[in-house]
Design a protein around this ligand. Structure first.
Ligand SMILES: [Zn+2]
Length: 227
């Protein structure tokens, strides 16, 4: 792998040989930069941003020689990163479960079974989500934090969510979720599995939210995520 001679992407120097190399690497990681023609157009920049969205809060579409994006792009261990990009709320349930810490995944599956047995239609809304998605939720007022247990990942960017949001497919966050008893049933089933339930938080009731470890662990997990 040759080092870049200059930056590639939005506002970059974009020497054709560098661009070709980036396009080839993006394609090898499942991205869609267009033909490896050495021309840095919109499609290539969009592919850079999409790749960055897996590990950057604010993708800038620019790859600097030796910088963080370049290191991820040339790291053999990040070969599957692109499969984890995009809006994780749209993923199929098994992929959401795979985006969780294995212990959390196991407990969430037990919670889903318990809720189904009680006649509910439980559904995982979020397992892992990228820091980019988190940033959007934060700015929209839908989350209180810029980094959450949902954002925990391995240093190479592989999801390792320590939280899940579970709703009833019929009610989502509507008043019926409470009047039907779904939130209470979720809380009871989660606590039976040893999970922490956001509905217990007096300052901000996060009804759908369950997490694997105590809030005090967040700073450590952020460091370990390399974020
Ligand atoms: Zn949550």
């Amino acid at each position: 792998m040759a080092a870049l001679t200059g930056s590639v992407g939005q506002g970059g120097r974009n020497a054709p040989a560098d661009v070709t190399q980036v396009q080839t690497l993006l394609a090898a990681k499942g991205g869609d930069p267009g033909a490896a023609d050495g021309q840095c157009g919109e499609r290539t920049i969009a592919a850079i941003r999409k790749f960055q969205a897996g590990f950057m809060a604010l993708p800038d579409g620019l790859i600097s020689p030796g910088g963080g994006t370049w290191r991820k792009l040339t790291d053999a261990n990040t070969a599957t990163l692109v499969q984890w990009s995009g809006d994780s709320a749209q993923w199929p349930e098994d992929k959401k479960l795979r985006s969780m810490h294995p212990q959390l995944s196991q407990k969430v599956q037990a919670v889903l079974v318990a809720l189904r047995d009680a006649g509910f239609q439980p559904k995982v809304y979020y397992g892992w989500r990228s820091v980019e998605v988190q940033q959007r939720l934060f700015l929209a007022g839908n989350s209180k934090v810029r980094f959450s247990f949902h954002n925990v990942q391995k240093p190479d960017g592989t999801p390792l969510s320590h939280a899940a949001d579970i709703i009833d497919a019929r009610y989502a966050w509507s008043p019926q979720a409470e009047s039907s008893g779904f939130w209470q049933a979720l809380g009871a089933a989660a606590k039976k599995e040893g999970l922490i339930w956001g509905g217990d938080w007096v300052s901000f009731r996060d009804w759908a939210h369950v997490q694997l470890v105590d809030n005090g662990e967040l700073a450590r997990l952020k460091r370990e995520s390399g974020l």
